[in-house]
Design a protein around this ligand. Structure first.
Ligand SMILES: [Fe+2]
Length: 493
């Protein structure tokens, strides 16, 4: 039910995160005690050289400031979907209440860029700490705070306004170094880091809002009944090398877990030409897949029994028929939409078919070809557009599998990017040569625990800049809320 949460007398929170996400490290300081994020001192040799550097720095500040404003507009629009009364709800038991994210996005930017990066004096250290940490607890270890533990919205919004104003002011006066958008891992990519952090939250916020009932949100479009799925083919992929990871010479921002580039030998295999659909997964459900313990890991089986899970999270049965929990309301289950499931559910289905989930290396080989002539995207080098797939905040719900053939690989494998992240069989692990980000050392390293699996590709709510070949996503295997689907592979020879 709705809460009345506008009470400005709300006491300050004593909430503690059950499992903090990494705390951005205080940036390195040079021998003069200045932050590595701070702009250059006026020691240039000539006025012309100085003017050139200032102009270049200003252009970078303006460009990156615009990207930050666009990212903010995206997350602002998401919060505007729900009334204030709902912002103290916790739509997903393993995550914070929504109000946390309202403060977190601003606290993250302020802490990283202004407080630690530029050494600005904190104006509310208590909220800096409160909103610094997200959580990703193991099953059954979710947070226990109450709504009354959190500050009033007026306080949170005022904090956010001050944090934004400070950052905007710093960008306007060119306070950061001219290398703002150059690649991590180093402190110079910190504004890009903040932008991508916000864009990732724009997606995970959608998962959270998705779990609220339709009447909690502003009206939005419901997906229409989809056309039938194209036939599923098995596409042969010859043995050869796959190139994973990112070259350190690449000249744009990337996260630490994307480095370093390396090749992996991949034996021959066959891969489904498209994702498993709701209609296909329904046959697994109706065949008793959720009642066959031999298809599930012991942990997944135990969890399935405790939660009495008998179908995907995004499905609901009404009056004997299956319906789909779309973002803005329930609709008849679209047979040809990719099924959104947990890793455990995807793996059980693959076993039922006598197949497996692709490894991260198999995904790369199918999506991007051989290292000698790798493609930037499954379809080639063209910049991603709505012609190539379902991504870039195009909508909140999936479309029929295979509905964007311009995004297929040359071999005819569809939707390897977009329309739902692709679960892989690979645990989230560091690549050889991994070095933690200086500005955010725990971003990846805290999750190299064998309890998370890699996802590749993207969903309807994934920002276009995150569709790059080296980007890796990861979630726990029992987490059912991600817009994540899968396809199957079979080893050859
Ligand atoms: Fe975060």
């Amino acid at each position: 039910m709705a809460f009345a949460r506008a009470d400005a007398r709300r006491r300050r929170s004593v909430v503690k995160a059950a499992r903090p996400t990494p705390r951005p490290k205080t940036p390195r300081r040079n021998s003069r005690g200045r932050s590595a994020l701070a702009g250059p001192r006026s020691t240039e040799s000539t006025p012309q050289a100085r003017n050139g550097r200032v102009a270049a720095s200003r252009a970078v500040h303006e460009r990156i400031g615009q990207q930050l404003r666009e990212a903010r507009a995206g997350t602002d629009a998401l919060f505007a979907l729900v009334g204030d009364d709902w912002l103290y709800e916790r739509p997903i038991p393993e995550r914070h209440r929504l109000v946390f994210y309202l403060g977190h996005l601003e606290a993250f930017d302020w802490n990283l860029l202004c407080r630690d990066g530029l050494g600005l004096k904190p104006f509310d250290p208590e909220l800096d700490r409160l909103f610094a940490f997200g959580i990703d607890p193991s099953e059954g270890a979710g947070p226990k705070d109450s709504a009354a533990d959190w500050p009033a919205l007026a306080i949170v919004r005022r904090y956010g306004e001050r944090a934004r104003a400070a950052l905007d002011d710093a960008l306007a006066r060119g306070a950061f170094s001219g290398r703002l958008s150059e690649p991590a891992p180093d402190d110079a990519g910190a504004v890009d880091l903040a932008i991508e952090h916000r864009l990732m939250h724009a997606e995970t916020l959608a998962y959270l809002l998705h779990q609220l009932p339709g009447h909690a949100k502003a009206p939005g479009p419901l997906p229409a009944p989809p056309p039938p799925a194209p036939p599923r083919r098995s596409v042969e992929v010859a043995a050869g090398r796959a190139r994973l990871g990112r070259e350190r010479s690449d000249d744009s921002f990337a996260w630490d877990n994307e480095y370093a580039a390396h090749d992996v030998h991949v034996p021959a295999f066959a891969i489904d030409s498209r994702n498993v659909t709701n209609g296909e997964y329904l046959r697994f459900v109706e065949a008793g897949g959720y009642a066959d313990s031999s298809l599930w890991s012991p942990e997944a089986w135990r969890s399935r029994q405790v939660a009495a899970t008998v179908h995907p999270w995004y499905w609901v049965k009404r009056d004997g028929g299956w319906r789909y929990k779309a973002m803005f309301g329930e609709v008849p289950l679209g047979d040809s939409w990719p099924v959104y499931v947990s890793h455990a559910e995807a793996k059980a289905y693959a076993r039922w078919r006598g197949l497996a989930l692709p490894t991260e290396a198999q995904y790369h080989r199918a999506a991007f070809g051989a290292p000698g002539a790798p493609r930037s995207y499954p379809w080639g080098e063209a910049t991603p557009t709505s012609r190539h797939g379902v991504f870039g905040f195009s909508g909140f719900d999936p479309e029929a599998v295979g509905s964007h053939p311009e995004g297929d690989t040359p071999e005819g494998v569809s939707d390897l990017v977009g329309n739902g992240w692709e679960w892989t069989a690979s645990p989230f692990e560091p690549f050889p040569g991994f070095t933690p980000l200086a500005a955010y050392p725990g971003y990846s390293a805290d999750f190299f625990d064998g309890a998370h699996f890699v996802l590749k590709g993207g969903s309807p709510r994934t920002a276009i800049r995150l569709l790059r070949r080296s980007f890796r996503n990861w979630f726990q295997p029992l987490y059912p809320y991600t817009y994540a689907t899968f396809r199957c592979v079979e080893a050859r020879g």
